[in-house]
Design a protein around this ligand. Sequence first.
Ligand code: ATP
Length: 350
Amino acid sequence: MAKQLELDQVSVRYGQYTAAREVSFALETGEIGCLLGPSGCGKTTLLRAIAGFEPLFAGQIKLHEKIISNQGMTLAPESRRVGMVFQDFALFPHLTVSQNIGFGLQGLDRRNRSARITQMQKLVDLEAQGDRYPHELSGGQQQRVALARALAPEPEILLMDEPFSSLDTELREQLAREVRDLLKANSVTAILVTHNQREALAMADQIALIKEGRIVQSGSPSAVYRQPLNAFVARFIGQGAIIELSLGEHSLLEAHLGLTELAAQDPSELKRVRLLIRPEHVIYTPESDLQLSILGCEFQGACYRYELALPDRQTVQCLVPSEMELDPGATLPVRFDRKQLVQLRDELAG
Ligand code: ATP
């Protein structure tokens, strides 16, 4: 399938400071990508480079097979067909919903412009609100106007910079799913920038985890969740405990974790291991001989999340249906879903 967007070894510098380093990724037509990472890691810089607001120090960016930026050339933002949605929506307060949506359609004659505005209002379910001003709309409605305005000129790619972060948590996830459905139904290629993993998991076909300007890992949401390459990715996506064990110290625990067999395979390499154990990997099993002390619990509606102490006092979490109520101080018999545990090979202390 044709690549709609391709970043090849892209670096962006501010003076001597390199904010994006040798970043490569590509999106096919209709794919939604997400740049995910902590504050200051370079997400917005990459988005601005794709939009044409930042020149490249090295590498190149192609949109629909055409080079739009490289080391010596930056096609002006208005000459690349890119739509943008910002964190604060950036709607024009003195223009109505219809006028905001029609803002980028100056090239069309009146009839086509009006037809396109109507079509866009329908798309984002704001047909009845065309004459309202932004301040007369809810946060979610304003966000949909911003989306309609960005999509109206039929951009080749839609860039969204923290588009949901000014909305409350519940609305955020609901809108993230709605926007995904809308983009998918219209085969829009898009990039979302966020530091919110739930938004990333809900929306993206591909996630690129960024740290200090570099992509640490990229792949489908399930691949980065299930097979994080290192502790940074494991901590950033999903919940869970990262534990370190010196082999030979707790044979029952090691047997449960499947490390006895692993150690036998390659004893030289496995003196000390680091594992990611997510709550769903720890399974309440009444007949298990591994009893872990309960340190605390959190009611989550359908389940309790118990904080459990391993024999060496490191902790893991376990989800248990909420009809089972246990006190801190009691023990919980558990087993581990050994196939799902992830051995992390970086940053091993000691
Ligand atoms: P956030 O999630 O907080 O928005 P981000 O991941 O989008 O962060 P960027 O805005 O891309 O991060 O910034 C990356 C780095 O580049 C930061 O260290 C930032 O201070 C720096 N930076 C950004 N813009 C400029 C600029 N115009 N001049 C100098 N340094 C800049």
